[in-house]
Design a protein around this ligand. Structure first.
Ligand code: RAM
Length: 345
């Protein structure tokens, strides 16, 4: 497993060093076209990074990992993306990258299938499309998965069981209703709850759309509609931070626990003030770093996406492509009052 406490603490140090000496390119419009050369020679790889949305600390961190790996391999990179996490808003960026004939697009897909026409057009023009974080399983060349859906769901359910005492009402505050990743995790959570925790009742799945204000408002509404609620599980870094902020200053503090997937830097204050007992995540910086090394391996023919293909991802070491053209980063990790100060992302 790559995501040990030591590895993350070291990578947090690396993150500070990296951010001190590079300026990741972030452009908000497809026509802005400002790209940053990371030192690539003629014929070097060019990559467009397209997260679900800009301004999300989770993707800021994955981009740092991507930029680190791009420097190592001499690739030229550009990050683009919409302000709101919507698939139709991502299409224009895929089309622009296709016109620019970049070598590859690293995409966190806001929908399983809605991007596939533009993804296929990119591929027909010779652009590799590699999803990371949130997949478009029927059309991409490769998916870099942070952890299995079952593994993520298991950790989320474990925390909900622990924080509810094993019975009573819980609710989920998700990202967008179409997000491939959250929907897969929620389906796996429902299966786990049904099979193993019949005394826990999932009363509602609400959607904050990975927007801070909408997530905050949906939290208020969940608390109002479900007075017996014990736990809000938000499997989104934006949602969990907004839910914790709401609960921390409301009467629900101490009665309704907030858990899910968050970044340690967003959640630290809420762990310290008792709103949050425990939450989980993987290392987004490592996810970005692995994605760029996988793109290089795909572009230079080291891997084709076939199960069993092997490549080396720089300092993270060796990886093997699994079923369905998927590369797995590792396991999710739990953060709580005992360990949160060891992390800086
Ligand atoms: C948000 C996004 C992202 C997800 C994390 C946990 O930042 O929805 O896709 O992986 O939360």
């Amino acid at each position: 497993m790559k995501f040990t406490k030591t590895a993350v603490a070291l990578s947090a140090v690396a993150l500070v060093l990296v951010s001190a000496c590079t300026t990741p390119t972030v452009t908000g419009s497809p026509s802005a076209g400002a790209s940053e050369s990371t030192g690539g020679a003629a014929g070097a790889l060019t990559m467009t990074f397209l997260p679900k949305n800009l301004g999300n600390p989770y993707f800021d961190t994955s981009t740092k990992g991507m930029e680190t790996a791009a420097k190592e391999i001499g690739a030229t990179t550009e990050q683009v993306g919409p302000a709101e996490a919507a698939a139709d808003a991502q299409v224009q960026y895929i089309e622009t990258a296709t016109q620019q004939k970049v070598s590859a697009i690293a995409l966190s897909a806001n929908d399983q299938t809605a991007l596939c026409d533009s993804v296929k057009a990119a591929q027909a023009a010779g652009v590799k499309v590699v999803t990371f974080d949130s997949d478009a399983p029927t059309c991409r060349d490769l998916f870099i998965n942070q952890a299995t859906s079952e593994g993520i769901a298991k950790v989320l359910v474990e925390m909900a069981v622990d924080q509810s005492g094993g019975s009573g009402e819980i609710a989920i505050l998700s990202a967008t209703a179409n997000a491939t990743n959250q929907n897969a995790w929620i389906d796996a959570m429902k299966a786990d709850l049904k099979a193993n925790h019949p005394d826990i009742k999932l009363v509602e799945v609400a959607y904050g759309d990975d927007q801070d204000q909408k997530s905050f408002d949906e939290t208020a509404s969940l608390l109002q509609k479900h007075p017996k609620l014990k736990v809000i599980v938000a499997p989104t870094t934006v949602g969990i931070a907004a839910a914790a902020r709401y609960v921390s200053t409301s009467d629900a503090k101490g009665k309704v626990m907030v858990t899910g997937l968050g970044t340690p830097n967003d959640m630290r204050a809420f762990v310290k003030d008792g709103t949050v007992k425990e939450f989980a995540l993987w290392n987004p910086e490592e996810l970005g770093y692995l994605t760029v090394h996988a793109i290089k391996a795909l572009a230079d023919g080291t891997i084709t996406g076939k199960e069993g293909d092997k490549f080396t991802a720089g300092k993270l070491g060796d990886y093997t492509v699994g079923a369905n053209q998927t590369v797995l980063l590792g396991d999710p990790y739990k953060f709580n009052a005992d360990n949160i100060d060891n992390f800086n992302f």
